[in-house]
Design a protein around this ligand. Structure first.
Ligand code: KG4
Ligand code: ZN
Length: 411
């Protein structure tokens, strides 16, 4: 089975093409092509992601990225020919009038580059349906709908957060990926720019959010504090680098300042989070230091370190408490903030110390950010599951029904 996956939920335009190669008992696949085009530099000028700018960029990028993916996969040269004119005109009419009518820039490129291609050998198209920025999601979903219609290929909507869970389970072995088995029940800590969630997974594809942020997501807090410290966007990697500077200065015996920031909701009985107060505390700390004529650039490593520690303390403590209460057999870390070295290390240490029989899955650092590989992986998993539960049911092209849903949740 070949799966083409499209991801446009935020500021990365990504397309991947995978081919399943494993057996029923040992799922595996090869990555034929996998491209992520980041718009981060563009949004950095505005200090964060601007939804309409993201929408415009996705429109510009999708058709050319798809061509590259097909070319890299070796499909384009071998299998693509000119389509017959009659079918072409009919498809053009439908795509023009009911699928891509609100994406004029995408439509123009679609007509020029994609419409002339003949159907590539792909069995399933997967697209991020939500959650994410709605204008950005619409572009990916409509592009996928147009492809599904044009090539008569089944279309599957994928939950972005499920993609982040799945990306932690795949293991690369040269060019092949295998799927690690999940010992159930499992607990996933999902930390991204838009979400902070603790998800209980009792069975395959059965998710229950047992805790989430009441205000800012962890990644959002990293981004906002980075802005306060004038470190640019995206803030997570920048804060993490500054915190490392503090760590490396310590053994050299240099005088290093340490500040105290709150650990919001650390001791609350539920599994919810709140990072907005922590961000405000960082803002006041910087304001007070400025008023006292202290040099912020010099103190930035110490502030970043304390902020990162505060976030990691709360995330690790709540995850471990939930893991014990639900007696989970595996803990999965996913989302953009899963790239944070301190979080990866501290959660791993806590598991080894407090629940040594629990399996810990973390994504490869190349796959923590948004990408289409995780969407393909998720679709692969869903399709496998569907075959198991209803082996006779065939997936049909379903371009009409799919819509992005900003409120789409895992449970
Ligand atoms: O999952 P993701 O790529 O996009 C969303 O779905 O939101 O997550 C992006 C978030 C950003 O807020 C970014 O600052 C954060 O992940 N991030 C990090 C690190 N790398 C990315 N946060 C902390 N430490 C990092 N190393
Ligand atoms: Zn994400």
């Amino acid at each position: 089975m070949r799966i083409l996956a499209i991801e446009t939920s935020c500021d990365e335009t990504a397309i991947a093409l995978i081919e399943s190669t494993g057996s029923k008992t040992k799922p595996a696949f090869s990555v034929l092509s996998h491209i992520v085009s980041s718009q981060a530099k563009l949004h950095a000028e505005w200090g964060g992601v601007v939804p309409n700018l993201a929408k415009r960029e996705h429109q510009r990028n999708l058709p050319t990225i798809l061509l590259k993916v097909l070319q890299e996969s070796g499909i384009k040269n071998k299998e693509l020919r000119k389509r017959s004119t009659k079918k072409n005109l009919n498809s053009k009419f439908i795509i023009h009038n009911s699928i891509l009518e609100r994406e004029p820039e995408l439509l123009a490129k679609f007509e020029r580059y994609i419409l002339p291609l003949s159907r590539p050998d792909i069995d399933l198209i997967a697209v991020t349906q939500g959650p994410g920025l709605e204008p950005a999601l619409w572009v990916g979903v409509n592009f996928a709908r147009a492809l599904s219609y044009l090539w008569d290929i089944p279309l599957l909507g994928v939950n972005h957060m499920e993609g982040h869970i799945l990306s932690a389970l795949f293991e690369q072995d040269t060019k092949r990926y295998t799927l690690n088995p999940i010992p159930y029940p499992a607990l996933a800590l999902l930390v991204s720019g838009g979400h902070t969630e603790l998800v209980l997974i009792k069975k395959p594809l059965q998710y229950k959010i047992i805790g989430e942020t009441l205000d800012d997501a962890a990644g959002e807090a990293f981004d906002k504090v980075a802005r306060i410290l004038e470190l640019g966007y995206p803030g997570g990697p920048a804060i993490s680098q500054e915190a490392e500077k503090w760590e490396t200065a310590r053994p050299l015996g240099r005088p290093v300042s340490k500040f105290k920031l709150p650990r919001p909701m650390l001791n609350s009985k539920d599994y919810n989070f709140s990072f907005s107060g922590l961000k405000t505390a960082a803002l006041y700390l910087v304001r007070d230091l400025k008023q006292a004529k202290r040099s912020i650039p010099k103190l930035t490593p110490a502030i970043a370190k304390e902020f990162q520690d505060a976030v990691v303390d709360v995330l690790v403590s709540k995850t471990m408490r939930a893991a014990k209460e639900y007696k989970v057999k595996s803990i999965i870390l996913g989302g953009g903030v899963a790239a944070n070295t301190e979080l990866r290390k501290r959660l791993g240490e806590a598991i080894r110390l407090e629940m040594p029989n629990t399996t810990y899955y973390i994504p490869d650092t190349k796959q923590t950010g948004d990408n289409a590989l995780m969407i393909a992986e998720s679709a692969f998993f869903q399709a496998k599951q569907a075959k198991k539960t209803a082996p006779s049911k065939k997936l049909r092209a379903s371009w009409k029904a799919l819509r992005p849903d900003a409120a789409m949740r895992l449970s």
